[in-house]
Design a protein around this ligand. Structure first.
Ligand code: UGA
Length: 445
């Protein structure tokens, strides 16, 4: 099938490369010329396992082409719109970029009469397809607009694309439903054809469910911290053994339980934004959402809670050498958006600590050349370490914010018994009994 993709960000590029690898002829465009020229040369602008290899082979085979203008999509039967819907200050999503992309595509499609399916993949609140996107294409013959949410996790996005849990197609059009089902036929996943509003809401419900599990776990962790002889790992570990959290066939634990673990709060470009957008949408339809608001409140304070822990353990933070391990919002990615690690750094700056940071996947030059990153504080006042050893060997307090595998082995570089460890992800095997300087989320002190 001839497929077009508008937007070569995270979702767009994975969609383009993924469909190309399935033998489709894909044309992807992005208005950012520098990004397109990098991708044309086989360079993936973000860290994502497996994408570079597949990108290079698709470029070599010639079934992925990259351009800068919607004009180049004129021959495509199915066109995916994968542009960002950034949050506004009030938490609602901003549809400006999506509308602009749709309008420029509509102006091109006016010229032809071939039938086409426009697939919105950007996350949008219920009603957006019918009320905002469809009207843009109303006067064009043979065009259907549908919604097909993505469920890609950063770090495993390509494998999530190629082995999806479900394909959701939001459309009333039987013809469009058939075309998109055919496109996904070889993906070996249930295909759900439903209304565009159900599809739109299902994407939010999926992410907000994960966010709720995380905030629930963090609240239980706080209770544990003030209850002697408990440990959130044990408490939640016992809940994980409920047979309803097991995969029936082989009795192994279902993957969902990894969200039922305490940590330093959820981050990234999706969970925080989608939670705010759903709260804001509910407000618009006059629905109160006390549960969702609490999920957001718990998450807002969790990074500061880690800093409070560090301060209590270290008798204040002023002029203390504090190392933050983990800048990305989770291990396995270099994405800094809504990262708890950055929020922790912001708080440490306010409390006048001497800060050193390290993340194995984040490009240190990206940090050094981005003075705005640390909330206006010049990056030169923050030491960016280039190895784990350099990061932790001389520090008073070490705060772990992601589950990057190499953080598990910091023990060998620390000043024995002297450095205070604040384990924000419960990745270390140390216990409070064996190391008095070990503090962790969900562990009483
Ligand atoms: C999330 C969803 O997991 C995807 O299903 C969805 O498609 C995507 O948003 C999206 O809307 O595009 P992602 O933002 O990559 O994907 O992040 P997750 O891996 O879910 O991580 C989100 C937060 O949950 C992070 O702060 C992470 O540390 C935490 N997390 C992640 C856990 O607590 N446990 C885990 O097992 C994984």
């Amino acid at each position: 099938m001839k497929i077009g993709v508008i937007g070569c960000g995270f979702v767009g590029l994975i969609t383009a490369v993924g469909f190309a690898s399935k033998g489709n002829e894909v044309t992807a465009i992005d208005i950012d010329r520098e990004r397109i020229s990098k991708i044309k040369n086989g360079i993936v602008p973000f860290h994502e396992v497996g994408v570079e290899k597949l990108l290079k082979s698709s470029l070599k085979k010639g079934n992925l082409k990259l351009f800068n203008s919607v004009k180049d999509l004129i021959d495509c039967e199915v066109i995916f719109i994968c542009v960002q819907t950034p949050p506004k200050l009030n938490g609602a999503i901003n549809l400006k970029i999506l509308k602009k992309a749709a309008e420029s595509l509509a102006s091109q499609l006016k010229k032809g009469n071939e039938s086409r399916v426009i697939v919105v993949r950007s996350t949008v609140v219920p009603g957006t397809i019918e009320n905002t996107v469809m009207p843009i294409f109303r006067r064009i013959n043979n065009v259907e607009v549908i919604f097909n949410p993505e469920f890609l996790r950063e770090g495993t996005a390509l494998s999530d694309f190629l082995n999806p849990d479900r394909i959701v197609i939001g459309t009333k059009s039987i013809r469009a439903g058939k075309i998109i089902s055919k496109l996904y036929k070889s993906f070996n996943a249930p295909i759900i054809i439903t209304t565009s509003q159900t599809a739109e809401l299902s994407k939010y419900a999926s992410n907000v469910l994960l966010a709720t599990l995380i905030s629930f776990s963090n609240e239980i962790a706080r209770i544990c911290e003030n209850t002697p002889n408990t440990d959130v790992e044990d408490v939640l570990g016992i809940t994980h053994l409920d047979r309803r959290f097991k995969v029936a066939r082989d009795k192994s634990k279902a993957e969902i339980i990894s969200y039922l673990k305490a940590g330093c709060g959820f981050g990234g470009s999706c969970l925080p934004k989608d939670l705010s957008a759903l709260i804001s949408y509910a407000r618009l339809i006059n629905e109160n959402t006390p549960l969702l608001k609490s999920v957001a409140t718990i998450n807002k304070y969790q990074p500061n809670h880690l800093v409070d822990m560090a301060s209590e353990a270290g008798n204040g933070l002023e002029n203390k050498n504090v190392t933050v391990l983990g800048l990305a919002f989770k291990g396995g990615t270099d994405d800094l958006r809504e990262s708890p690690g950055l929020k922790i750094i912001n708080e440490l700056i306010k409390r006048k600590a001497n800060i050193k940071v390290y993340d194995p996947l984040v490009d240190t030059s990206k940090i050094k050349n981005n003075p705005g990153l640390f909330f206006g504080v010049k990056a030169k006042n923050i030491i960016v370490a280039s190895s784990i050893k350099e990061a932790v060997e001389i520090c008073d307090i070490c705060i772990i914010t992601t589950n990057a595998p190499e953080f598990k082995s910091i023990g060998k570089y620390l000043r024995r018994g002297k450095t205070i460890i604040i384990d924000g992800r419960r990745i270390m095997k140390v216990s409070k009994r064996s190391n008095k300087n070990y503090y962790a989320i969900g562990l009483p002190t």
